[in-house]
Write a protein that binds this ligand. Structure first.
Ligand SMILES: *[C@@H]1O[C@H](CO)[C@@H](O)[C@H](O)[C@H]1NC(C)=O
Ligand SMILES: *[C@@H]1O[C@H](CO)[C@@H](O)[C@H](O)[C@H]1NC(C)=O
Ligand SMILES: *[C@@H]1O[C@H](CO)[C@@H](O)[C@H](O)[C@H]1NC(C)=O
Ligand SMILES: *[C@@H]1O[C@H](CO)[C@@H](O)[C@H](O)[C@H]1NC(C)=O
Ligand SMILES: *[C@@H]1O[C@H](CO)[C@@H](O)[C@H](O)[C@H]1NC(C)=O
Ligand SMILES: *[C@@H]1O[C@H](CO)[C@@H](O)[C@H](O)[C@H]1NC(C)=O
Ligand SMILES: *[C@@H]1O[C@H](CO)[C@@H](O)[C@H](O)[C@H]1NC(C)=O
Length: 387
């Protein structure tokens, strides 16, 4: 049994291990693509592993140029110069009813010395996830993230050359299984592609920190504040509340609040792709320490052209999580929250996630059948180690 088979077997054992106390970081897969050895992140205790046991194609390279502080993981990459029919896929054993958060990062760093940042596609199990457009003036990696409910017992994340023939590459790849109770709106055989994940009224982003204060599922919440909305935060002891999808306390213990009672909060975003279905998850928790017993905070939410898509009556000590769907057309979409008649306090919002949604159940394309072919190979390998 070679290392690759051993790894597969270990993965299967890991994925079937019983649910244990958080954080389950030993079950997280954190791959430093193109690296030649393990690196332990001493802050988070995440052990970044090299990628050779997940993929059979491509070559390792280090970047030659870094523009700002980039992490260790962005300094090496795997690139795929062959234009053969072999798909360039990372292979993972999955549980067919579970959900997985997948994050892929791409940092060009002029690794090939050509100053020619490539454009290529990333697909998952034969469905196109994203066209990645890298740049040489970038000072940050391109990061894409999605939650997949595959309905399948394996996952293949593939880098595919587009028509222009550019050479694809990848710098890091992370896979985290989410608890079954989170993101229950995601059906089997579908994907939620992350557009934005924000924590409002805070200065610092929130991510996994290696202890219990950060995000337990490897999500990254970007701090967002606005000059025209008040930043408010709670006293530390209020947070005993269960919040759907389990954002960390640091994400929801602060908020932005409209600066006057009937002034709305308007959140605008400009979708990266057009004509897709959009899902916005809005998190509301009362954080104001100044709230009186007789106060009320009631507001309605409009999304795009849909007026009063939802209404919120926020009570002290309760959380309200609203999930809204919207069909994308071209151009920006606004989400507006405004107080209803009779409310004594203006609207607030603590956090928000915006995804575009993708079905993964149409018949596989020809590319996908190639993937399936190589998947058959893996199944055979797997069977032969069982016998
Ligand atoms: C990348 O750099 C590391 C450390 O500097 C080195 O060990 C490794 O061999 C390099 N990888 C390649 C592909 O040159
Ligand atoms: C790099 O990071 C260090 C510590 O986080 C910081 O002090 C320094 O200013 C950063 N440099 C750049 C160029 O961002
Ligand atoms: C809220 O905080 C952000 C920084 O996080 C800041 O840019 C903004 O001006 C603040 N808003 C107010 C009203 O002070
Ligand atoms: C949007 O997508 C739907 C179905 O996916 C298609 O029928 C429609 O023509 C598209 N509209 C535009 C403007 O591209
Ligand atoms: C709540 O009660 C206080 C006095 O206890 C009063 O000043 C305030 O106007 C009341 N607020 C509302 C919304 O009725
Ligand atoms: C908004 O919808 C809620 C029910 O979701 C309803 O109770 C409320 O009256 C509506 N408000 C307006 C202004 O239409
Ligand atoms: C979104 O809101 C802004 C105000 O913040 C407004 O200027 C803009 O026209 C709105 N866009 C749409 C599409 O409604």
């Amino acid at each position: 049994m070679n290392m690759f088979h051993l790894k597969l077997l270990l993965l299967i054992l890991l994925f079937h291990a019983t649910e244990s106390a958080f954080p389950d970081t030993y079950q997280w897969i954190s791959i430093d693509c193109g690296a030649e050895s393990y690196t332990l992140d001493t802050e988070t205790l995440i052990n970044w592993e090299p990628d050779n046991e997940y993929i059979q194609t491509g070559m390792n390279k280090n970047v030659t140029q870094t523009y700002t502080n980039i992490t260790m993981q962005m300094q090496s990459l795997r690139y795929f110069p062959q234009s053969t029919n072999t798909p360039n896929c990372y292979f993972f054993i999955t549980d067919d009813i579970e959900k997985y958060l997948v994050r892929a990062s791409f940092y060009y760093g002029n690794y090939d010395g050509l100053m020619k940042p490539p454009t290529f596609d990333v697909s998952v199990n034969g469905f196109k996830w994203m066209t990645v457009v890298t740049s040489s003036s970038q000072d940050k990696p391109i990061v894409i993230e999605a939650i997949f409910s595959l309905g399948h017992d394996s996952m293949q994340v593939c880098m595919e050359s587009t028509k222009n023939g550019d050479v694809p590459f990848i710098s890091s790849l992370e896979v985290v299984q989410l608890p079954f109770t989170t993101y229950s709106m995601i059906d089997l055989q579908s994907a939620f592609l992350l557009q934005q994940r924000a924590t409002f009224g805070r200065r610092e982003d929130v991510e996994y920190t290696g202890d219990f204060t950060g995000d337990m599922f490897n999500r990254i919440w970007k701090a967002e504040g606005f000059p025209n909305y008040n930043n408010i935060s709670s006293s530390p002891q209020f947070m005993e509340v269960y919040v759907e999808n389990e954002p960390p306390n640091t994400v929801v213990e602060n908020a932005i609040e409209a600066s006057s009672l009937f002034g709305p909060i308007i959140l605008s975003f400009n979708p990266s792709q057009t004509n897709q279905s959009l899902c916005a998850i809005l998190y509301f928790i009362e954080v104001s320490n100044l709230r009186q017993m007789n106060d009320s905070r009631e507001f309605q939410i409009d999304i795009g052209t849909t007026k009063n898509a939802s209404a919120v009556n926020l009570q002290l000590g309760n959380s309200v999580v609203v999930t809204l769907y919207h069909e994308w057309v071209d151009g920006p979409v606004n989400i507006t929250m405004k107080a209803v008649q009779g409310s004594s306090l203006p609207p607030l919002i603590n956090a928000m996630e915006v995804y575009s949604t993708m079905k993964m159940q149409s018949p596989p394309s020809s590319d996908a059948s190639r993937v399936l072919l190589s998947f058959t190979y893996f199944v055979l390998c797997f069977l032969c180690i069982l016998i």
